[in-house]
Ligand binder design. Structure first.
Ligand code: ZN
Length: 184
C-alpha cells in the first residue's frame, strides 16, 4: 500500500471503533494533524515513515480519541440505517443484496396511510417489492423475515461487524474484533 492510501483506524476513547460500517478511517494527513493537535493518541504504526525537513514520523495505523464520543442513543432514520438494521437482507425472500439493489417497502402501504417509520418500513429487493405492490402482506404469498423495530445504536454497530471492508490492515484486527476475541 502506498503512503497516499494508508488510512488509520479511528477508535473511540474506549478503544472500540467509532463506527463499524462504514468503518471509521482517517487519512494519514488528518491523523497526523490530530496527533499534533493532541486530539488523538497513536496506538499502532505502519512501517512507513513520512519526512519533513525537521522530523520523521511513522504513519499511524490505529489512533484513539482522547475524549470519549457518546454514541447516539437513537439512530437516525435513514435508508442506510434501515438496510443495516435488516442486514442488507430482503425481508421477503431473505436474500442479501447490495444497497443499490434494495428498496424501501411499506408494510402498510402509503396509500392506506402507512407511515414511513422504523415500524412500517422494511428492506426489500426490487422483485419482492413489485410482487407485494400496494397490498397488505396478508394478501400476498410473501413472508416477513422479522418484525421491523427501531434499532439501538448498539444493534446497528453489531450488524455493521458483518460487513468488513475489503482491506483490513493486520494492526486493526485486535481492535475490530475485540469483543468476539474475548468471548472465544
Ligand atoms: Zn426479495
Amino acid at each position: 500500500m502506498s503512503t497516499i492510501t494508508s488510512p488509520a483506524l479511528v477508535l473511540n476513547a474506549d478503544f472500540r471503533p467509532l463506527s463499524y460500517y462504514p468503518l471509521s478511517l482517517c487519512s494519514w494527513q488528518n491523523s497526523i494533524k490530530s496527533v499534533f493537535l493532541k486530539r488523538v493518541s497513536i496506538i499502532e504504526n505502519y512501517d512507513q515513515e513520512v519526512h519533513s525537513p525537521s522530523i520523521s514520523l511513522l504513519l499511524p495505523s490505529v489512533i484513539a480519541l482522547k475524549d470519549y464520543i457518546m454514541p447516539q442513543r437513537k439512530p437516525a432514520f435513514t435508508r442506510f440505517n434501515v438496510f443495516l438494521r435488516d442486514n442488507f437482507t430482503c425481508q421477503y425472500c431473505h436474500d442479501r443484496f447490495s444497497a443499490n439493489e434494495l428498496t424501501f417497502d411499506h408494510l402498510i402501504p402509503r396509500c392506506l396511510n402507512g407511515k414511513t417509520s422504523w415500524n412500517n418500513v422494511v428492506s426489500a429487493c426490487t422483485s419482492c417489492n413489485l410482487k407485494k405492490g400496494r397490498r397488505l402482506l396478508k394478501y400476498t404469498h410473501l413472508k416477513l423475515l422479522k418484525e421491523p423495530l427501531r434499532p439501538s445504536s448498539m444493534q446497528l454497530q453489531n450488524n455493521g461487524r458483518n460487513f468488513p471492508p475489503n482491506f483490513l490492515h493486520e494492526s486493526w484486527r485486535d481492535y475490530l474484533y475485540w469483543d468476539t476475541e474475548l468471548q472465544n
